[in-house]
Design a protein around this ligand. Structure first.
Ligand SMILES: Cc1cc2nc3c(=O)[nH]c(=O)nc-3n(C[C@H](O)[C@H](O)[C@H](O)COP(=O)(O)OP(=O)(O)OC[C@H]3O[C@@H](n4cnc5c(N)ncnc54)[C@H](O)[C@@H]3O)c2cc1C
Length: 423
């Protein structure tokens, strides 16, 4: 069953896919976004990730475009920012804002459609197959953007994939995010005091989460605290059996931690477990090898590239794939690194781009570029480039970089190049 054909098909509706679909549609492409759930947001909603990690360098904002559009829309709906949580957002408002922006841009949305296969001929993707309640649907486009986060489309197409760290292939741990409500915020102790109580409870064998501390954030609601604390190690997010085990283990940890908070931490006596994410959060899975492989050195040296399509300032941040501990290596103060367009172009394919966290980079660099603001920028660039390729029958390697950058800037992005941003 084939229906319609599109200029651009974007697979996955997380920050990358939202950026890609809006970028492509605003650049004039007939655009379809395919999403397995009945809502947009991916990490931001289905994995309940919050807040937006830094998109500033030396106090200056460095990522704009669709990211700024969604921030503005959420602000106008009362769902962005709060005292002590300037970059927190309400995930329910996010769902509505993202959908509004996609529809206003002219994106066609196909929900409840799980990408389950791809037809290729040599270096060309011919169609994608999605599993639906009515069976398998085959859909065609001139250009495809893989924004599944896990690079499902690239893997189905047979692209060159890497997973995890070089020594043993292990990826960063997964985390089920959860929220406690009815918290008496005035009485909540310091982060260190909460962690001290947590470590003491671990020493008494009341908790067995491998994470070394309690990671939590204020939210847009005054009595709700967000926890990014569970840790499930050594599971492969592309294996459904291991994902099932991960969900079960994470929920077990969640209940343990929720009980600990109520029992031991001032301010949580009357709190309750208000929300667990619909799915466990996946930090890392497949990475698609492309025309350039971004490294940790590129990030830490704040390297700039002529084919920059967005920027980042988030640190290398590796939660131990095998247990306790987190390694953080910071970018020089006030600096940023560029993401080159070549990282979005998978080797060996002429009508596929990567529009999300699975771009071509090393395990270490991935730990930096994966945060939502950067991924919005990556996705938007993939979408605009896909639209350009569809319009002029280009291989992504032939995309005139200056033109791509100009369109991104017209769409509100800023790339740190004075001649361009001030045009
Ligand atoms: C525990 C955790 C904490 C984090 N903390 C932060 C943080 O505090 N701040 C921050 O900015 N970032 C944080 N991140 C990183 C960030 O959330 C992700 O890296 C980011 O969401 C990646 O965006 P994406 O669009 O590439 O992928 P995703 O957000 O994963 O979106 C992929 C989308 O594709 C859909 N999809 C996947 N496979 C298919 C398929 N086969 N068919 C159809 N649809 C499919 C999914 O349902 C989803 O909507 C965190 C991540 C995790 C897991």
């Amino acid at each position: 069953m084939t229906r319609d054909s599109y200029d651009v098909i974007v697979c996955g509706g997380g920050p990358g896919g939202i950026g890609a679909a809006i970028g492509a549609a605003r650049a004039g492409a007939k655009t379809l976004l395919i999403e397995r759930y009945g809502l947009l947001g991916g990490g931001a909603t289905a994995m309940l990730v919050n807040p937006f990690m830094t998109f500033h360098a030396g106090g200056q904002q460095i990522i704009f475009g669709v990211l700024q559009d969604i921030i503005d829309r959420m602000k106008s709906m009362g769902g962005y920012g709060a005292p002590k949580a300037p970059h927190a957002f309400d995930p329910e408002i996010f769902k509505i804002a993202a959908e509004q922006l996609c529809l206003e841009a002219g994106v066609k949305l196909l929900y409840h459609a799980f990408l389950a296969g791809a037809q290729t001929e040599g270096d060309t993707l011919r169609s994608v197959e999605v599993a639906t309640k009515s069976g398998i649907l085959s859909l065609e486009a001139s250009m495809y953007v893989d924004s599944t986060g896990d690079a499902d489309l690239a893997a189905f197409a047979g692209a060159e994939i890497e997973k995890g760290r070089p020594e043993d292939g292990l990826s960063q741990p997964m985390t089920l995010n959860f929220r406690m409500a009815r918290v008496d915020r005035e009485r909540v102790p310091s982060r260190q005091e909460i962690t001290d109580l947590y470590i003491a409870a671990k020493e008494r064998n009341e908790l067995d989460c491998p994470r070394e501390n309690v990671l939590w954030f204020f939210t847009t609601e005054p009595d709700v605290i967000h926890f990014n604390t569970t840790r499930v190690i050594m599971k492969d997010a592309t294996d459904p059996w291991e994902m099932s085990e991960a969900e079960i283990e994470a929920r077990r940890q969640t209940w343990q931690i929720a009980q600990f908070l109520r029992r031991e931490v001032p301010g949580f006596e009357n709190a309750y477990l208000a929300h667990t994410a619909p799915q466990i959060g996946v930090r890392e899975s497949r990475r698609v090898m492309g025309e350039y492989v971004l490294t940790a050195d590129d990030c830490l040296a704040a390297r700039k590239f002529d084919d920059c399509i967005t920027r980042g300032s988030y640190s290398v941040d590796i939660h131990n794939p095998a247990g306790t501990g987190t390694v953080i290596k910071r970018i020089p103060p006030g600096e940023w690194y560029d993401i080159p367009f070549r990282c979005l172009i998978p080797k060996g394919f002429k009508n596929l781009l990567i529009g999300g966290r699975s771009i071509s980079c090393t395990h270490e660099a991935h730990s930096a570029i994966r945060v939502m603001p950067i991924v919005f920028g990556i996705g938007q660039a993939a979408g605009v480039a896909a639209a350009m390729c569809a319009k002029d029958s280009l291989d992504p390697r032939q995309v005139p970089i200056r033109k791509l950058q100009e369109i991104l800037v017209q769409q509100g992005q800023r790339l740190g190049k004075d001649w361009l941003d001030e045009a």
